[in-house]
Design a binder for this molecule. Structure first.
Ligand code: HSE
Length: 440
């Protein structure tokens, strides 16, 4: 039999143990596909004595992941410890520096140091594979790196965080409160150790940074991303969106514009009949737009041990077969710094929910401020919830009533200026809720 590919596995949490199981279960299939077996020979993790559903005795234990990384008995390092700093960074760099290929699921590491690691891998002529780092079980990295080489990509957008999509789906479908849905997502194992990383959009931003780099040939730069999370989204927004034919999703979007590459993460209204709007629960989806090509959408599991292990094992299979591709789909020297399009220049439709004082002149004031910024309205709806509850007389009390505006395409700058003026006019209470509408 051909020589096995010998794996050193750093990290034995949910993903690491799932990789062990999948390699064992898929042994014959992998042998048939790659022409050689793939075997874990040595492992490293923070705590040796922890209860795990794998037989640890089968593998040689190495205390320090950086020592494992350069172990002469391994052919490839799998890094599934996570975290942008050490020990993950040191172990990955150590392996690459001695000419050992690396497979990592570490989005934080790639987002922070992706370009430097690609340079290192290239210098030592080894693979750096990271399919698991973005959208888990969806092979989007391979699609961008190898599948669309002849195409000029114009936009990539997607649901990249299972926790947020789970929360928004449960809120909408089962009318549950945000906090209850988040607790469920944590119980089901989708959420990060610090769930604010999910709900405030940072997890999506790290994944988007990696995908944008693959799509546009720019150096990974999470700092170039505008980020807003979903914690301000209420059932009232989801209901209003539904009535208007939309659904709210947390999207990561990277798009080529004349001003540069716009990268943004924020709650987004998408038309209910769009493919991405159908994606519910913890499922992820990514759509790629390219010149002259109908949009390509990939949908699948984005979180959890099994989905992530699928991507890790696939990356290992490529190494076992001797597949060589630059980590970001082109030589590192050809990757350029991101020319960041300012968020202020973003153009699109907007959903705006205001709590307006219910008295004569309010609508006229709001309309005037919007007109001053040349914002044209597609619809305006005022809801008399206070009147329905019998608490006050509509149009007299000055009590706040929700007003929902949908604008035609305008700019972020115009919306921000108009709403700042409306707030100064004191015809609304609280902060306006603004949700961008994405064309799809
Ligand atoms: N917390 C992440 C999510 C896990 O919810 O998608 C996968 O990166």
């Amino acid at each position: 039999m051909a020589e096995p590919l010998k794996v050193g596995l750093a990290g034995l949490g949910t993903v690491g143990t799932a990789v062990v199981h999948l390699l064992e279960r898929g042994r014959d299939k992998l042998l048939a596909r790659c022409g050689r077996p793939i075997e874990v020979v040595a492992v490293s993790a923070r705590v040796r004595g922890k209860k795990r559903d794998i037989e640890l005795r089968k593998f040689r234990w190495v205390e320090d992941p950086s020592v494992l990384a350069t172990d002469p008995a391994i052919d490839v390092l799998v890094e599934v410890m996570g975290g942008a700093g050490d020990p993950a960074r040191r172990a990955v760099e150590a392996a690459l520096a001695v000419g050992k290929p690396v497979v990592t699921a570490n989005k934080a590491l790639l987002a922070r140091h992706g370009h430097k690691l690609a340079v290192l891998a290239e210098r030592h002529q080894v693979q750096l594979n990271f399919e698991a780092a973005a959208a888990g079980g969806i092979p989007i990295v391979k699609t961008l790196r190898e599948g669309l080489n002849g195409d000029a990509l114009t936009r990539i957008y997607g649901i990249l965080n299972g926790t947020c999509n789970y929360i928004l789906s449960r809120m909408e479908q089962d009318r549950l409160a945000f906090d209850d849905c988040l607790r469920e997502a944590q119980r089901l194992g989708y959420a990060e150790a610090d769930p604010s990383f999910d709900v405030e959009g940072h997890d999506t931003a790290q994944k988007l940074a990696i995908l944008a780099s693959l799509a546009f040939g720019t150096k990974v730069d999470p700092g170039a991303i505008y980020v807003e999370g979903i914690s301000s989204i209420t059932l009232a927004d989801l209901d209003a969106a539904g009535e208007l034919g939309y659904r709210v999703k947390l999207l990561g979007v990277a798009v080529k514009t004349e001003a540069g590459i716009e990268q943004r993460v924020h709650p987004t209204m998408v038309r209910k009949d769009a493919a991405i709007a159908q994606v519910m629960g913890a499922t992820n989806a990514v759509t790629v737009d390219a010149d002259g090509l109908a949009p390509v959408t990939l949908v699948g599991p984005g979180a959890g041990g099994r989905a992530t292990a699928s991507a890790v094992v696939s990356d290992l299979a490529d190494i076992a077969r001797g597949v060589r591709t630059p980590p970001f789909g082109r030589p590192a020297a050809r990757m350029t710094a991101v020319r960041k399009a300012p968020m202020q220049r973003h153009e699109g439709g907007y959903y705006i929910r205001l709590l307006a004082r219910d008295r004569p002149g309010t609508a006229a004031t709001i309309a005037r401020r919007l007109a001053q910024q040349k914002i044209s309205l597609e619809s305006i709806v005022q809801r008399h919830e206070t009147a329905a509850s019998g608490a006050s007389q509509p149009g007299r009390s000055g009590a706040p009533v929700p007003v929902i505006l949908i604008t035609y395409a305008t700019s972020e700058d115009a919306v921000r200026k108009a709403l700042a003026a409306v707030r100064r006019d004191r015809v609304i209470s609280g902060r306006p809720q603004v949700i961008r509408i994405e064309k799809n």
